[in-house]
Design a protein around this ligand. Structure first.
Ligand SMILES: Cc1cc2nc3c(=O)[nH]c(=O)nc-3n(C[C@H](O)[C@H](O)[C@H](O)COP(=O)(O)O)c2cc1C
Length: 359
């Protein structure tokens, strides 16, 4: 049976993966309230289409951090792609770079990638790569990683701020023994030895990192710094004050603190606070083209997609990644056309959107 939407890929991926891997990908923290709310919140928003506009030419292109991309759909950084497909992040990179997708879609690779950054770059040399950093307590390791990604041509540094400690993921606690045995974090060697470390000795993430520390990273790199995991106007204000270049409104797919708002519900407060001073993006719960339209209408410059990429990878490797992105792009095109919007940038749907049940 053909896989025609992202949830088809989800169902199919489940059949391909071990229980522990499936749990690792799908799992949220604690009662998974926020994970579920991320998708449910989109469904509470209703679109108000406008007709008799010329929609014969729809332009999905936009820019992020000054680079043109073919659609406002990017992939979120996720760890350990080798759990889902033997070539891991190398296949993901090839899938995202498929010429069929027409122009590069940015792809932040995780500090916890299961392939080395050199291998990822070699697998798909072109395109727009970002690096997602989990701040390591050893400053030298952070420095080493940043220098490496710069020399490999990565274009932005995404610092994830919502993981001072790994969230309470119950399934992972139960399954941990079986899950990560063969995974090595090749980019996280100690600077002294150059050794890479296995997941089960996985380096801690620095819980002491503060706003004041951002200047150290800014002195270290000329790459734009984007903070991932902002959910409140207070932190959005601080992000602007500390001269970051972008914010990803995200609750880590509901995997960190449970019972925080759905990303789409937190977006409005962040967008209203930054007033266009920095670009704002969103991840969490994007499953359809309509979801992309809603996120853009509420002020996100583009969206990032997490689990669906892993579903595509699990089903068909790099071809699955391309198919997932292709489906989402096609759905987004349809959603734009049917709502009467011909430009993804600037997107101007905000006054046409309403919460279900109220004006
Ligand atoms: C299996 C998995 C691994 C993840 N690993 C990382 C990671 O290494 N770094 C990070 O910043 N976020 C990570 N995330 C969070 C994603 O970047 C993103 O915030 C989230 O998946 C978006 O929600 P979605 O899955 O509903 O699209 C991970 C998410 C999943 C599902």
């Amino acid at each position: 049976m053909p896989l025609v939407c992202l949830t088809d890929f989800q169902a199919h991926a489940r059949e391909h993966l071990s229980k522990s891997t499936w749990d690792f990908i799908e799992g949220g923290a604690d009662d998974c309230c926020t994970r579920d709310e991320n998708t449910a919140a989109f469904k509470k928003i209703r679109l108000r289409p406008r007709y008799l506009k010329d929609v014969s030419k729809v332009d999905m292109r936009t820019t992020i951090q000054g680079a043109e991309i073919s659609a406002p759909i990017c992939i979120a950084p996720t760890a350990f792609h080798r759990l889902t497909w033997p070539d891991g992040e190398m296949s993901t990179a090839r899938g995202v770079s498929c010429p069929h997708l027409e122009a590069p879609l940015p792809r932040p690779f995780s500090t916890y990638a299961s392939c080395s950054l050199e291998d990822i770059v070699a697998a798909a040399p072109g395109g727009l790569r970002w690096f997602q950093l989990y701040v390591h307590p050893n400053r030298q390791i952070n420095k080493q990683l940043i220098q490496k990604v710069e020399s490999l041509g990565f274009k932005a540094l995404v610092i994830t701020v919502d993981v001072p400690k790994i969230g309470n993921r119950r399934h992972d606690i139960t399954n941990q023994v079986n899950l990560m045995q063969n995974l090595w974090l090749k980019d996280l060697g100690s600077p002294e030895t150059g050794n890479s470390m296995p997941y089960f000795q996985m380096s801690p993430i620095d819980p002491s990192i503060c706003w004041e520390d951002l200047s150290w990273f800014q002195s270290m790199t000329r790459l734009p710094i984007i903070l991932k995991g902002i959910l409140t106007k207070e932190d959005a204000e601080l992000a602007v004050k500390h001269n970051v270049h972008g914010i990803i409104v995200s609750n880590h797919g509901g995997r960190q603190l449970d019972e925080v708002p759905a990303s789409i519900d937190a977006l409005t407060e962040v967008v209203a606070t930054v007033k266009g001073k920095v670009e704002v993006y969103l991840d969490g719960g994007i499953r359809t083209g309509n979801d992309v339209v809603k996120a853009l209408a509420l002020g996100s410059k583009c969206v990032f997609v997490g689990r669906p990429i892993l579903w595509g990878l699990a089903c068909k490797g790099e071809h699955g990644v391309t198919e997932v992105l292709d489906i989402l792009k096609n759905e987004f095109h349809t959603s734009m056309t049917l709502t009467g919007n011909i430009n993804a940038s600037p997107f101007q749907l905000s006054r046409l959107i309403g919460k279900k049940g109220r004006k």
